[in-house]
Design a protein around this ligand. Structure first.
Ligand code: CMC
Length: 381
C-alpha cells in the first residue's frame, strides 16, 4: 500500500528539473531559456530559436549560419522512405504518417552514441531538416503527386510552404509561418514532451523519441485541438449562433476546443500573437469567413468561463492562420509537430545528459489472492 497522494494527470507534480522554458500561468508569461516569447516572435526566427532551445544560448552569426547550412543540406529524405510513404493509405491521418516516417528514420540512422556530441548534433540536424520534408511528402503523395524536392535557396519556413504548394510563397506568408513555428517550438513539460522524455530515459534513439512524441501530440486534448477548432467554427456557422452553441456545450458539459489550459489561467500569450498574425494575413489576403465567429466565441467563452480560468489557448487562432497560408486542416497538427521537434530534442538532450529512467509508482486498486479457475469451470456472463 502506497501512502503517496494520487493526482490524476500528475497535476502539480514536478516530474523533472529543466532550464529550457518557463510558464507563468497566472500572468501569461512564456520564456524560452529566459527570453520572452514576444521578443523571440519579433526578433528571432525558428532555426535560431531551435538552436537556443537545444544548446542553451543564442548562436553567434557564424554558428547560426553553419547550423542553417547543415539543415539545408540534410532536408532530403531517402527514396526508400518516400517509397514507404507511397504505401500508406491516402485516407490515413498525416500525423500517423509522420509518426511512422519519423520512426523509420531510426532504421537508416541506427547508430546510437548518446555521449557523443557529434552524434547528438547529427540527430538534431536530421530531425529538424527531414520532418518538414516528410510532412509535405505525404501531402503530395496522397494527392497522387510525387514529393516536391526541397529548394535549397529558400529558408526553413519558406521551403516548407514551397514543398506543400510547389510555388514560391509570398514573403509575408513565409514570415508568419516562421513566427508560428517559433511560437510552437517549446512549452515546458506538456504531454508530448513528457512522452519524449520517458522514451528518452530508456536511452533509445532520438527517432523513437520523436515518434513517440508525435503519437502523443496527435490527440484532441493536445495538438489535435487546432483541427477541432476549425470544425467547431464550421459547426457554429455564423456569429448569431455563437451563444446558442456555447449554451449547448455548457449544458452537455462538453469542452470548447481551443480553450482552457492546465497551466494558463489567463489568455495564452501565444494566442494573442497568433491573433495578430491572423489579422496581418487578412489585411493582405482577405478576411477568413470564420474569423468573426472566432472572435465572438472567444468573447462569449471569456464572459462565461473566464472566472474559472478558461481562456483561449494556442490552438484557438493557429488554425485560422494556417488556413490563410493554404495549409489543409488535417496538416495543422503535423505543422505543430514540425515546430515542437525543437522542444522535444532540447528535452531529449537535457534528459540524456543527466538520465534516470522514468519509473513512477502506482496505487493498485485490484484484488489480491484471487483463485485461478480452470477454463471449463468458468461461466459466461
Ligand atoms: N471548455 C469547457 N470547459 C472546460 C474547458 C473547455 N475547453 N477546459 C476545461 N474546462 C473545464 C472542465 O470541464 C473542468 O470543469 P469541472 O471542474 O467542472 O469538471 C475544469 O474546466 C478543468 O478542466 P480539466 O479538463 O480537468 O483541466 P485539465 O487541466 O485536465 O485539461 C485541457 C486542460 C487543455 C486538456 C482542457 O482545458 C481541454 O480539454 N481543453 C480543450 C482542448 C484544447 O483546447 N486543447 C489544447 C490545449 S493547449 C495546447 C496543447 O496542449 O496542445
Amino acid at each position: 500500500m502506497s501512502n503517496c497522494e494520487y493526482k490524476p494527470g500528475l497535476e502539480g507534480i514536478p516530474a523533472t528539473q529543466s532550464s529550457i522554458s518557463y510558464v507563468d500561468g497566472q500572468q501569461g508569461i512564456l520564456e524560452y531559456r529566459g527570453i520572452r516569447i514576444e521578443d523571440l516572435a519579433e526578433h528571432s526566427n525558428f532555426l535560431e530559436t531551435s538552436y537556443l532551445l537545444i544548446w542553451g544560448e543564442l548562436p553567434s552569426a557564424t554558428e547560426l549560419e553553419a547550423f542553417e547550412h547543415e539543415i539545408r543540406y540534410h532536408r532530403r529524405v531517402k527514396y526508400r522512405i518516400r517509397d514507404m510513404m507511397k504505401c500508406f493509405p491516402e485516407s490515413g491521418h498525416p500525423m500517423d504518417a509522420l509518426q511512422a516516417s519519423a520512426a523509420a528514420l531510426g532504421l537508416f540512422y541506427s547508430r546510437r552514441a548518446l555521449d557523443d556530441p557529434t552524434y547528438i548534433r547529427a540527430a538534431v540536424v536530421r530531425l529538424l531538416a527531414k520532418i518538414p520534408t516528410m510532412v509535405a511528402a505525404f501531402q503530395n503523395i496522397r494527392k497522387g503527386n510525387d514529393p516536391v524536392r526541397p529548394w535549397d535557396d529558400l529558408n526553413y519556413a519558406a521551403n516548407f510552404l514551397y514543398m506543400l504548394n510547389e510555388r514560391e510563397p509570398d514573403q509575408l506568408a513565409a514570415h508568419v509561418f516562421d513566427v508560428c513555428l517559433t511560437l510552437h517550438a517549446e512549452h515546458t513539460i506538456n504531454a508530448s514532451t513528457f512522452s519524449a522524455m520517458v522514451t528518452a530515459s530508456t536511452l533509445t534513439d532520438p527517432y523513437a523519441v520523436v515518434a513517440s512524441a508525435v503519437g502523443t501530440l496527435a490527440g484532441p486534448l493536445h495538438g489535435g485541438a487546432n483541427e477541432e477548432v476549425i470544425q467547431t467554427l464550421e459547426e457554429i456557422g455564423s456569429v448569431e449562433n455563437v451563444d446558442a452553441y456555447l449554451e449547448n456545450c455548457l449544458q452537455r458539459k462538453s469542452k470548447i476546443m481551443g480553450f482552457g489550459h492546465r497551466v494558463y489561467k489567463v489568455k495564452d500569450p501565444r494566442a494573442t500573437i497568433l491573433q495578430k498574425l491572423a489579422e496581418q494575413l487578412f489585411e493582405k489576403f482577405g478576411r477568413d469567413e470564420y474569423y468573426d465567429i472566432a472572435v465572438a466565441l472567444e468573447k462569449a467563452v471569456t464572459e462565461k468561463l473566464g472566472n474559472r480560468g478558461i481562456y483561449a489557448n494556442v490552438d484557438f487562432y493557429s488554425g485560422l492562420v494556417y488556413r490563410k497560408l493554404g495549409i489543409p486542416t488535417d496538416l495543422f497538427t503535423p505543422v505543430f509537430a514540425i515546430a515542437r521537434v525543437a522542444g522535444w530534442l532540447a528535452h531529449w538532450k537535457e534528459q540524456v545528459e543527466e538520465n534516470r529512467i522514468f519509473r513512477p509508482t502506482q496505487i493498485y486498486t485490484g484484488p489480491h489472492d484471487f483463485q485461478y479457475i480452470p477454463i471449463d469451470q468458468r461461466r459466461d456472463f
